[in-house]
Write a protein that binds this ligand. Sequence first.
Ligand SMILES: [Zn+2]
Length: 488
Amino acid sequence: MLSQTEPLDDSGWTIKNVLSLPIVNKKEEIVGVATFYNRKDGKPFDDHDENLMEALTQFLGWSALNTDTYDKMNKLENRKDIAQDMVLYHVKCRNDEIQNVLNTRQVYDCEPWECEEEDLLDILKKDLPPLIKKFEIYEFRFSDFNCTELELVKCGIQMYYEVGVVKKFQIPQEVLVRFMYSVSKGYRKITYHNWRHGFNVGQTMFTLLTTGHLKRYYTDLEVMAMITAGFLHDIDHRGTNNLYQVKSGNPLAKLHGSSILERHHLEFGKFLLSDESLNIYQNLNRRQVDHVIHLTDIAIIATDLALYFKKRTMFQKIVDLSKTYEEEKKWVDFMSLETTRKEIVMAMMMTACDLSAITKPWEVQSKVALSVAAEFWEQGDLERTVLEQQPIPMMDRNKAAELPKLQCGFIDFVCTFVYKEFSRFHPQIQPMLDGILNNRKEWNAKKEEYEAKLKAIEEEKAAKEAAKAAKAGANNPTGGGSKTCSVC
Ligand SMILES: [Zn+2]
């Protein structure tokens, strides 16, 4: 403490006594000094003042830390915005790319945004519908093998016209084209979970709704949400599963507690839709947007196979219930108002779409199964090299010969239920069940072939050993030698 006799400045203020205390934050770091001058009663500061001020400076320390944290959060927020901007730049359909679908430069010598909706429709009407026919988009047996990725984008766009939602919900056509193109670019170029898979799931959803007659329970708004959810459901997939995200400590696993990748696909999808130039829902009202987003949430999360087993019985009960109605119209009227039941059917439809490769004609299924397996083996390689762990047989390329056996198990314990129940629900979905049953036969034949081969090898080995033993016995007629020692 010090005292001063002369005033400090013209105001005549003099320092009589001082109490100075460090400001310490929660991390025990000194972040400042608090100084108090001149007690009101003129007396020097005492122990009581010191205690009081110490408590006060503690608060100052905490608030300093809060300010620090706030600054850091602001910085992080800015970093996130910059990263998102960079992602969007690379994912979003560019002005030169949109010309691959909407060639306004060639036809009208102008950009899409300079055209009337009618003019854009004229271009799309000429180009897209023939593709739907050519590639059998309405068929459960559809295969993308002969399509380019751009043709898949075009077919995806046309589906919105086929179900009549473009006009009804006033989707700006340039936005629709940009959205679908960007979704295709949002998929990574990986072995299986790429844009082709994303498209196939959207196409199966479309076919279940139309050819499979499931559309009758849903409004046009819901149909649009379900098809979009199909296209978006695996966007930005990394070719590794949820467990791998956890084991490798991926930030995604720290962000999401369950259904890790599915939540990411959902967030990525909503992130694309948050950009006005990609927002196909921009002319819906608030209530409609909320409903579409609600359904998208349920549909995409439902593709987590871990959740599938929980909803099986619920779905089966709905199918059972449908069989108690004699009049179809009464059942449809009843179902159309049953929000929860409709959501359960929709969730199961997503599973049916996601697994639909297992129902395709054998030439398609056998190839697709191999690409699924190849992606699993790539994860197995990562587990061995990066995590230094032994992969499970399904992901172990050294056990590739077991694929037919694994496929049979997958068909029996996971897939068959879905297509059996859907075919029971709506007979129009029977082609999917026929497909899976045929593939079960094919995989089983391969499995038996492999087992027979193994058996033959075993028998040959046993025969050789027996011959060897017999020879040893002949050379040693007294037979006193050891059975295991070849020297005796
Ligand atoms: Zn998928």
